[in-house]
Write a protein that binds this ligand. Structure first.
Ligand SMILES: [Zn+2]
Length: 230
């Protein structure tokens, strides 16, 4: 399964500066469905398992931008200080199981903590972990990571300058609402969605975000109606 949708490339680790094998995923995947919180289900394969690259020499882990974009020297120094005597020597595997994939995100989150990385990145990693547990049908764990993601996105909105990681601030507000929707917390969900729907500027400047928020709002209303009928 892996070789069909993945391939191996060599990249320079931003921390130990050695060449390491990393896994890339092919972009031609068939979309089966999209969840409210932007999780995409692809036919027979999920690229989310491979989002995190791991250096097989020093054990550093992060997503592709973390590896290829310039890293501030002070961050590199802190991470090198943490890793240089650990001799982690991570075994390279081209196929990841669910526990492998979750572990890769937890490693990446540890390194983000060390450099006090942006809340938006931590939120995005936590959301990815939630999706992995969704694929594996581990409901409790999924909920746990959804909750973390929602809180971190909320923190990031007050601290970071958007757009971040392809999300505008309005898209992030929608996403937090959608995460609460997936958690079954409709009250919190509507609090966030109302921030979008009540803003006429969003309707004209970001009609897609506005429409998604309005559709989800509609779903909640019809859910409530059908619950009342029971
Ligand atoms: Zn390395």
């Amino acid at each position: 399964m892996a070789s069909e949708n993945t391939f191996v490339v060599e990249k320079t680790c931003p921390i130990c500066m050695k060449e390491t094998r990393v896994i890339k995923t092919r972009s031609r995947l068939v979309v089966e469905k999209r969840d409210e919180d932007l999780c995409v289900h692809y036919k027979g394969f999920s690229p989310y398992y491979y989002r995190i690259w791991i250096c097989e020499h020093c054990g550093f882990a992060g997503d592709e931008p973390t590896f290829v974009n310039r890293m501030p020297n002070k961050h590199r120094e802190k991470l090198w200080e943490f890793l240089k005597h650990k001799d982690l020597e991570i075994e390279f595997t081209e196929t990841r199981t669910l526990p492998d994939a979750v572990a890769s995100f937890l490693m990446a989150l540890t390194y983000l903590d060390i450099i006090n990385g942006p809340a938006s990145k931590k939120a995005s990693y936590n959301l990815n972990v939630a999706w992995l547990y969704r694929f594996g049908a581990y409901k409790d764990r999924e909920q746990e990571y959804l909750a973390k993601a929602a809180e971190l996105f909320d923190v990031s909105l007050s601290k970071e300058r958007y757009p971040v990681g392809g999300l505008t601030d309005n898209a992030a507000v929608y996403l937090i609402g959608a995460i609460y929707y997936r958690m079954g917390d409709f009250e919190k969900c509507t609090q966030y969605l109302s921030r979008i729907i009540s803003d006429q500027n969003v309707r004209t400047s970001e009609p897609k975000v506005f429409d998604k928020a309005r559709d989800l709002w509609g779903d909640i209303r019809s859910n409530k109606k059908s619950a009342q009928k029971k």
